[in-house]
Write a protein that binds this ligand. Structure first.
Ligand code: LRH
Length: 495
């Protein structure tokens, strides 16, 4: 029986999960889990810069891989997925030039304006289909203009591709994650010469030359290097390109994605959208800031980035730092008893983007909008989850309208599937049933792409999803409550 190992890097933690296909079911076991803690350190010009501690992540990945090899013996393949857009710059020797910068670092604030002087936002969207997020890779490269690091760089590798290169020595760009960069042509699915030319003129380096060859999910990146293989017990193991964008892997593990299904990949972000065959590159889609990212098996993930459980994570971190740490489960139970919709905020308000005191920021927004400010952790959590559910409903409705689809069910995968209150409120806000699970959707999708590449699972999404259904029960939440109250809350938010 073959063993596959998924490395899944999230914004707050990394996981290593081994899996086997047994009797049409995926059986998994976690062999590593480690925190992902960003670190601020002086960057160019001494400016405080938020970095990813990528060597610490690499150490956690190696520990988890070695544990998987000890537990299961021969490992057939490893697949790596992670959050999008961020990258390491490598020098001419292939060595990492510095710690990758975190997408939440504000260095990119002015970069969209600068790029759009060279290529209009309309043209950029018509080419790439990517929503405007100041942190997209293309803007990060523009923001790095003039730095010694960028001048010395010969390669830019997205985080999962960087770790894959450390395992194999091969430098590639996996397609689903490449589709988040703002540098990929959504129609030809190759690097856009027009966008790279505009970015090069601003960055002062040849951006196209930094970008490696593209590979599709399911293809072999390479064999694990002998010295790494010996150290970790991975002799004979290959690295397979999976949906290396975590959201692509999560969407691959949505149990059913018929034409009437919307999905929410719920973690630090909520990625809310639909699976399509072709991108929607219309002006209306651009105005609504929907993105066309690529999925496994050539699909398009048509979605909007909604600020997700980040607000809850930051609130918990704030209370812990203030010496009053909160336990999540009891807090969620208390929040369920707080009367709903007393106060709602726009979760995508830029005021919430940077790490910090989310409860205080919510209180500020509440006061500024004439709403009662929540008092105490349970009330704060209720505001966060009501507001998040409202944002989910809006994004589902907009996606359906822009893509010309009728949505009858919402699948919610990822860590948020464990949050019954969030699932229930999302059902109420959308007025649609929510099917919750799998909670480890990303690792599941990662493992199934590897299993399909090896022939353990049929090589199409329907076959992969049949395994998901057989392996993980989902929980269904029917909409209830006062739908008109949600409509009123939405109206009050949008003015
Ligand atoms: C979710 C995610 C999302 C990106 C963001 C940077 O983890 O990959 O899809 O937009 O991180």
């Amino acid at each position: 029986m073959r063993t596959y190992v998924a490395v899944d890097l999230g914004a707050t933690s990394g996981r290593v999960i081994a899996g086997r296909v047994e009797g049409g079911r995926l059986v998994t076991e976690e062999t590593g889990r480690f925190p992902n803690v960003p670190v601020s350190a002086p960057g160019p010009g001494g400016r405080a810069t938020l970095h990813w501690d990528v060597l610490r992540l690499w150490a956690g990945v190696q520990d988890g891989l070695a544990a998987a090899a000890r537990r299961f013996g021969a490992v057939t393949s490893v697949g790596i997925d992670g959050w999008a857009v961020d990258h390491g710059l490598l020098d001419a020797d292939g060595a990492l030039l510095g710690n990758p910068v975190h997408y939440r670092d504000p260095r990119t604030a002015d970069a969209p304006r600068r790029l759009f002087e060279r290529i209009t936002p309309e043209r950029h969207y018509a080419l790439t289909g990517v929503q405007l997020q100041p942190f997209n890779t293309v803007f990060q490269l523009v923001a790095a203009a003039g730095t010694a690091q960028l001048a010395a760089a010969r390669r830019a590798l997205l985080i999962p591709d960087l770790l894959a290169s450390w395992l194999t020595g091969e430098q590639v760009a996996e397609l689903t994650n490449a589709s988040t960069t703002g540098l990929l042509d959504a129609t030809t699915r190759t690097w856009s010469t027009e966008v790279t030319a505009a970015a090069s003129a601003l960055a002062g380096v040849d951006v196209a030359a930094l970008l490696p060859r593209l590979v599709a999910p399911g293809s072999v990146v390479g064999a694990v290097r002998p010295e790494v293989g010996r150290a970790l017990g991975l002799d004979g193991t290959t690295v397979v390109a999976v949906g290396s964008h975590d959201t692509a892997s999560a969407v691959a593990a949505v149990p059913v994605a018929g034409r009437d299904a919307a999905w929410i990949s719920s973690g630090t972000w909520s990625l809310v959208g639909l699976e399509l065959d072709a991108p929607v590159l219309t002006e209306a889609s651009r105005a609504a800031n929907f993105t066309n990212e690529l999925g496994v098996h050539g699909t398009v993930r048509y979605l909007r980035n909604v600020t997700g459980l980040w607000l809850l994570e930051q609130a918990l971190a704030t209370w812990a730092a203030q010496g009053r740490p909160q336990e999540l489960e009891p807090l969620l139970r208390q929040a369920a008893d707080v009367p709903g919709l007393r106060c709602v905020v726009d979760v995508d308000d830029p005021a919430f983007a940077a790490p910090g005191d989310v409860p205080a920021r919510i209180a500020d927004v509440a006061r500024a909008t004439g709403q009662p400010a929540p008092s105490g952790p349970a009330e704060v959590v209720r505001v966060v989850l009501d507001s998040l559910a409202l944002a989910h409903a809006r994004a589902v409705r907009q996606a359906a309208g822009l893509a010309g689809r009728d949505v009858a069910v919402v699948h919610l995968v990822g860590g948020g599937a464990r949050n019954a209150l969030l699932c229930r409120l999302t059902a109420d806000a959308t007025g649609l049933p929510v099917e919750a699970g799998p909670a480890e959707g990303t690792a599941t999708g990662n493992l199934l792409v590897q299993a399909a590449a090896a022939g353990d699972v049929g090589d199409d999404l329907a076959a992969m999803r049949a395994v998901v259904r057989a392996s993980t029960p989902t929980r269904r939440y029917e909409p209830s409550g006062d739908h008109a109250a949600w409509a009123r809350a939405e109206k009050s938010l949008r003015g």
